[in-house]
Design a protein around this ligand. Sequence first.
Ligand SMILES: [Zn+2]
Length: 112
Amino acid sequence: MAKTKSDRNDSDVDRDLYSGLIRLHVLHHAAEEPIFGLGMAEELARHGYRISPGTLYPLLHSLEKKGYLRSTQQRNGKSIRTVYRATPMGRRALAAARNKVKELFRELIEGH
Ligand SMILES: [Zn+2]
């Protein structure tokens, strides 16, 4: 296959390819417990996704704007931080995505 986009670096490719997975990952954790930006960045790094605050915060905002997450301000010592939880709509979206991920998993990992 011709390398027509050889000027693109790996992180660009990763962002395109994995952005949906990252969103689902964020939604999954927000459905389990309140999440905040830095903690989520660390969690994603643990899974091998390097994601900068400049990418993560807009992502959280867009998930909130779509109605999947709701943010509240939480006092943490002297500072205030924004925490996010999945909304009922976010949980429904996650449940629907779970089936699609399951299907993809079957093809990618189990080969059928
Ligand atoms: Zn995780």
